[in-house]
Ligand binder design. Structure first.
Ligand code: HEM
Length: 384
């Protein structure tokens, strides 16, 4: 538990730490990995290197500390993170390790200004937050049933592999060998894939592109520039995994989803962001509700529009809109398709999603009806 005085200490130190969050968390990761190199198999090295993951962790602790009296308002974010943690097979025993090195980094950063009271206050806050995560993650592991093996990464067989857009996006269909148990998922969720390269595991989340058919999972992987580290997992899958091979995956996770009882749905995808929206549109179609869905897909040119033909065939005339590079999506285009009760789902790069969100705000669309699925840690991109 945490005392009133400790809350006050946290609130007064948040600004200093927030301003220097990046340095503190970089320090924290460096020392933690030196002492626990096994954790390199869990943390996404891409996000490490570009600095988004350290920020995400720091931001969460600060947000939580700032809202320690009302953590309920952070529940959607907490659930999103817990799902990601479960997908990466994070365990209760990992929390004290992260806590130890985070506090050490805070201590080192504050230097002369660090006092036992400050450190105790942060330790108390960390423990409260950690226990919330551990509880929620336990529920998520429990949902995977009694079999320990199902709670980790399991081998799935690649039964289909095909290029679906301009040599740049490859779709994979995966099944469990020997008709092993496959867990159902809801559209909007992702599959976390793990590959081994250069002595470590690397993990990456891929949106499921089809509603569950009872036996397989489909994902789409985009070829990344070979010079960019962010493509480690994707490029490895595309270059070195073929039909008949097995690949490691944990069972589907994620909190992004269709709004229940939503009347009108507008999907706005940038490039490969279409993958998650595609499964949602297929789901609405299955429920006989494709009339209520409109898709706007922004791409460099038509050949980059993955799932183009199938989505066109599902959606009524005029409700599949392709915006190619030179037709920039504007406020007018959104006003034409928005109704007061429209639920909007956006997925694409961060700059893309930012731009669309601003346009929606300009249109006066309520933020409670805007749902975004970010490719990178979401709390690292929260503004203000
Ligand atoms: C992801 C916070 C504990 C490992 C994240 C994200 C946040 C976060 C905000 C980003 C989620 C997103 O994608 O938007 C926290 C907090 C913790 C905590 C506040 C403690 C109270 C842990 C522990 C581990 C861990 C104990 C494991 C040792 C990870 C990993 C990711 C992640 C590997 C995903 C990185 C990636 O795939 O890019 N966490 N976390 N976290 N967390 Fe934690």
């Amino acid at each position: 538990s945490i005392t009133e005085q400790q809350k006050a200490i946290i609130k007064s130190t948040v600004p200093i730490l927030k301003e220097n969050g990046k340095e503190i968390t970089s320090m924290f990761y460096k020392q933690m990995f030196e002492n626990h190199p096994e954790l390199l198999d869990i943390f996404n090295q891409t996000n490490q290197k570009i600095g988004t993951q350290p920020l995400a962790l720091a931001n969460t602790i600060y947000f939580a500390a700032e809202n320690i009296d009302n953590l309920q308002i952070l529940m959607p974010q907490i659930k999103l993170i817990a799902h990601k943690h479960r997908a990466l097979t994070i365990q209760p025993e990992h929390y004290p390790i992260v806590g130890k090195y985070l506090l050490l980094a805070i201590k080192q950063f504050l230097g002369d200004k660090s006092t036992q009271d400050i450190l105790d206050a942060w330790a108390a806050a960390y423990n409260i937050i950690a226990n919330i995560f551990i509880d929620i993650e336990k529920q998520l592991y429990d949902e995977l049933g009694p079999n320990e093996e199902d709670k980790g990464f399991v081998p799935l067989t690649i039964v289909k592999k095909e290029v679906i857009a301009h040599e740049s996006i490859v779709a994979l269909t995966l099944e469990r060998p020997q008709n092993g148990k496959m867990f159902k998922f809801h559209v909007g969720q992702y599959l976390t894939i793990r590959i081994r390269k250069d002595g470590n595991f690397h993990n990456r989340h891929y949106s499921l592109t089809r509603p569950f058919d009872g036996k397989s999972y489909s994902i789409a992987v985009k070829i990344e520039n070979m010079n960019e580290i962010k493509g480690i997992v994707s490029n490895e899958i595309i270059n070195n995994y073929n039909i008949g091979d097995t690949i490691l995956a944990s069972f589907p996770a994620g909190t992004f989803q269709l709004v229940e009882n939503g009347k009108h749905h507008l999907f706005i995808g940038g490039g490969v962001g279409i993958t998650v929206l595609s499964s949602m549109i297929h789901e609405l179609n299955k429920q006989g509700k494709s009339n209520d869905a409109i898709l706007i897909h922004c791409v460099p040119s038509e050949e980059y529009a993955a799932f183009n033909a199938e989505l066109k065939s599902i959606l009524p005339e005029g409700q599949y809109q392709l915006f190619c590079k030179d037709q920039r999506l504007g406020k007018d285009d959104l006003e034409k398709v928005l109704k007061a009760d429209t639920q909007v789902y956006i997925c694409g790069s961060v700059p893309f999603m930012d731009r669309i969100e601003s346009l929606l705000v300009e249109c006066g669309h309520p933020s409670s009806q805007i749902h975004i699925e970010a490719f990178q840690p979401t709390l690292s991109v929260i503004k203000g």
